[in-house]
Design a protein around this ligand. Structure first.
Ligand SMILES: Nc1ncnc2c1ncn2[C@@H]1O[C@H](COP(=O)(O)OP(=O)(O)O)[C@@H](O)[C@H]1O
Ligand SMILES: [Mg+2]
Length: 437
């Protein structure tokens, strides 16, 4: 089950919360600092947050905004000081789900948590591996076998085939399941920051640098998932090799050799063998990683899974979108089965969410099945969010129209603003916001 994220700097109060949540059967992680909670949030899946407002360093409101920026639907219950209704209202306006005033009866908080969970049941459903094809069955069998060992696993497959889903499953099926699952995606982080993200950084390495823990430290006693390992620069490859061989590393700017207890799972959509042949990848690392490869076949090679996946995505998303989907027409199913699915299951998931939004009669027909790049969501977004989707469409349209207006007026912003029927200042702000200047 997913966890509750608690942030409360008052130690005795935090202990009291922990005790009560534990008694009520919830899993949680608790922190005294917002900064630590954010790194936990980034590496793990949480169901909801309970944040105290006054914290040392970053405060509860900043923490809330910070988290909602990445997960606009994440439910947070804010703990406010007695009588401070104004702040409470402010936090709700900023997107908090609810608030509770100190001092409170722990049962009241538990009641609120249960209320959130009831409304958000779709999130309680753990992401499942769906599919009955030979390819998926084989992959599940292999990963079940390797999960309880500490062997390094290399998950191979095109983008969107479920590599991260399987990595998380291996962690859950392993004896480290109660330990952390920490992710480093080499393709998503600029090369210059990768090393410090992975290994952490020693205080004072450059002026003003605070000591920061790396993903590897966060993964201690748990699993480190190195996503897109094919994109890892050569320099770092040798350091990762050392982690695998000796279970030791050094922080950036640090001299001390640190021991760590991690199980490593890697994934890539690239052909590592070919990269080795072309001198882009260390051969020794390749052999270390390739001890236990698991291939996830592209969706187009297991079309028999499509039916089950359609039903699964409808079941997990329709509540969230607020619809009760009664069926999918034959022609719609046909259209879905004929598609090439270059973006694999991620693309299918997006297409289904879009269809649920588009249908008016609770029946998905072929008209609601719309493929296309504009639906391709980033690797990092696990869940598709209605608000975010609308926001994205709005921004794309604005950028296109503003560009067109600037073209027509040969870059004259005052004229363009008039053309668009907005104030000069608004246009100016938008040009800055979208970097069109
Ligand atoms: N077999 C599957 N059953 C259900 N959902 C899946 C399956 N494979 C992938 N998904 C979903 O598709 C999306 C993309 O999967 P992900 O693991 O991020 O792919 P990758 O890391 O290979 O790009 C996720 O939302 C994931 O939950
Ligand atoms: Mg991925």
């Amino acid at each position: 089950m997913d966890k509750i994220l608690i942030v409360e700097d008052n130690e005795s109060f935090r202990k009291m919360l922990e005790l009560n949540l534990k008694k009520a059967g919830f899993e949680f992680e608790s922190f005294g600092m917002a900064e630590d909670a954010i790194s936990a949030f980034n590496r793990d899946i949480f169901l909801l947050g309970v944040f105290d407002l006054k914290l040392p360093g970053m405060d509860g409101i900043q923490l809330l905004s910070n988290i909602l920026e990445y997960a606009p639907d994440f439910p947070v219950i804010i703990i406010t000081a007695y009588g401070d209704i104004e702040t409470a209202v402010l936090t709700v306006k900023k997107g908090a789900w609810d608030f509770i005033q100190k001092p409170f009866d722990p049962d009241l908080l538990i009641g609120k948590i249960k209320a959130v969970l009831k409304e958000r049941t779709y999130e309680l459903k753990e992401k499942k591996i769906v599919g009955d094809s030979q390819g998926i069955k084989e992959a599940i069998k292999l990963t079940r076998k390797v999960a309880p060992t500490d062997a390094t696993v290399l998950i191979l497959g095109e983008s969107g085939t479920g590599k991260e889903l399987f990595a998380r499953a291996i962690h859950r099926w392993s004896k480290r399941k109660n330990g952390p699952f920490s992710v480093l995606n080499s393709a998503a982080i600029p090369e210059s920051l990768l090393e410090s993200e992975l290994f952490g950084i020693e205080k004072g390495t450059a002026t003003g640098v605070e000591r920061r823990k790396g993903k590897i430290t966060q993964a201690d006693k748990g699993t480190l998932f190195l996503d897109e390992i094919g994109d890892m620069p050569l320099l770092l490859q040798s350091k990762v090799l050392r982690v695998i061989e000796e279970k030791t590393f050094q922080e950036v700017g640090g001299r001390e050799v640190i021991n760590v207890d991690v199980r490593i799972i890697c994934a890539t959509n690239r052909d590592l063998k070919k990269m080795v042949d072309e001198g882009e990848y260390r051969e020794d690392l390749y052999y270390r990683l390739n001890v236990f490869p698991v291939h996830l076949p592209p969706l187009r090679e297991r079309k028999e899974d499509i039916e089950a996946l359609i039903d699964y995505f409808i079941s997990i998303y329709s509540d969230n979108i607020g619809k009760e989907i009664k069926g999918v027409t034959e022609r719609a199913r046909f259209k879905l089965k004929e598609h090439h699915w270059k973006g694999n299951i991620r693309e299918l998931e997006n297409v289904i969410v879009r269809a649920i939004i588009l249908t008016d009669e609770n029946i998905i027909s072929e008209d609601h099945i719309i493929f296309g790049e504009s639906m391709a969501y980033g690797e990092k977004v696990g869940k598709i969010d209605l608000k975010e989707m609308g926001e994205k469409a709005r921004r794309e349209t604005e950028v296109r129209i503003i560009k067109e207006a600037l073209k027509q007026t040969e870059g004259n912003k005052a004229k363009a603003a008039r053309l668009l029927n907005i104030s000069y200042k608004t246009l100016f702000n938008k040009i800055n916001e979208y970097n069109l200047g």
